[in-house]
Design a protein around this ligand. Structure first.
Ligand code: NAP
Length: 311
């Protein structure tokens, strides 16, 4: 393992939208890492060696300490097993897998190989999330509501995997809300769900999940990909200390309409800081709670069929 002052030599796998938007800029600015290779069937990263597969990259660059797996979740498990078996630390994009069981298997494999596995949840690192958690911990929550409504055509154009089994549809962005909710609210479980599937698609375009805590506090969640105009990434809570609104995907916190925390986001730099921390400490960070709630919604959800979706 790299000593704490030597950069972690990292390879990136699945070079697409999120790699270009977030991983490459975050890695470029972080002295804790040296990006030494990339593996992707079509995508390329400039100025470093590129390989067509993770196997080819691991064979050609044995000095790799870690890999970031950024392909869609349905295609990640085999790559993660290869990396862990080769003794590499693994950063998993969200969601960490297409099923709960595969992530648990990866977790056990990482432990048996003595390497770190990171199930990254970028939205948990949104700027106002910790302030919301502190506020909610200081008061009594009466109810909470998640409203996560965005325009799929704007954010996910031509992404076929997202409509396929294991792509989660609207619950791909929706799991970001659940990753925040599971961090700031008491533990909940789904009591009912409705999933709206466009004809001919294998993933929902909208979903409504009702949760409650063991004390019976209701938490509702509305996810919709048909929202044009202003987009909503909000979590609201009614509490004894006032109405809380965490908006902008966790960027802004207001209590009774007064903004108490707002800051520029730095989610991916913080994710990479956390990954370096767990690698140095020799531990893993794998919380499957958000993924388990999505699985539960698919288990108990009513399926509606709605009009076909076309890009
Ligand atoms: P993407 O651009 O559609 O896919 C990323 C790359 O994965 C593709 O460019 C492709 O590279 C590879 N890939 C696609 N299908 C594959 C397959 N069948 N087998 C192996 N590799 C395959 O997706 P993305 O938007 O970057 O999202 C990837 C992950 O990041 C998802 O889990 C998503 O939830 C998460 N994420 C996305 C965003 C966002 O804003 N887009 C934000 C946060 C997190 P090659 O063809 O070169 O192999």
């Amino acid at each position: 393992m790299a000593a704490s002052n030597t950069p972690i030599r990292i390879g990136i796998v699945g070079v697409g939208k999120i790699v270009r938007d977030q991983h490459l800029p975050a890695l470029a600015k972080d002295p804790a890492y040296r990006l030494v290779a990339a593996a992707s069937r079509h995508g390329k990263v400039e100025d470093i060696p590129n390989y067509p597969s993770i196997d080819a990259m691991i064979d050609a660059v044995p000095e790799l300490d870690a890999v970031s797996l950024c392909m869609p979740p349905q295609f990640r498990f085999e790559a993660a097993v290869k990396a862990l078996q080769a003794g590499k630390h693994v950063f998993l994009e969200k969601p960490p897998g297409a099923t709960v069981s595969e992530v648990e298997l990866l977790s056990r494999l990482a432990a048996s190989r003595g390497v770190s596995l990171f199930a990254s949840w970028h939205s948990r690192y949104a700027p106002a999330v910790e302030a919301a958690r502190t506020f909610l911990a200081s008061t009594r929550i009466r109810s909470a509501a998640i409203n996560w409504k965005e325009d799929v055509r704007r954010w996910h154009p031509n992404q076929e995997w997202i409509w396929q089994p294991g792509g989660f549809g609207v619950l791909d962005p929706g799991i970001n809300a659940l990753s925040i909710a599971t961090h700031i609210l008491p533990a909940v479980f789904a009591t009912s769900a409705t999933l709206d599937f466009p004809e001919g698609r294998h993933a929902p375009i909208a979903a409504r999940i009702d949760f409650k805590t063991s004390d019976g506090i209701p938490v509702t969640a509305d996810f919709d990909w048909r929202q044009t105009g202003p987009q909503s990434w909000d979590i609201l809570a009614e509490t004894d200390a006032g109405s809380m609104l965490l908006s902008g995907g966790g960027a802004r916190l207001a209590i009774d309409g007064r903004v108490v925390h707002e800051e520029a986001e730095a989610e991916y730099p913080m994710l990479y800081r956390r990954f370096a921390e767990i690698v140095r400490a020799g531990v893993s960070d794998v919380d499957i709670a958000p993924l388990r709630h999505v699985a539960d919604a698919f288990m108990i959800g009513r399926h509606n069929f709605v009009e076909p979706y076309h890009d």
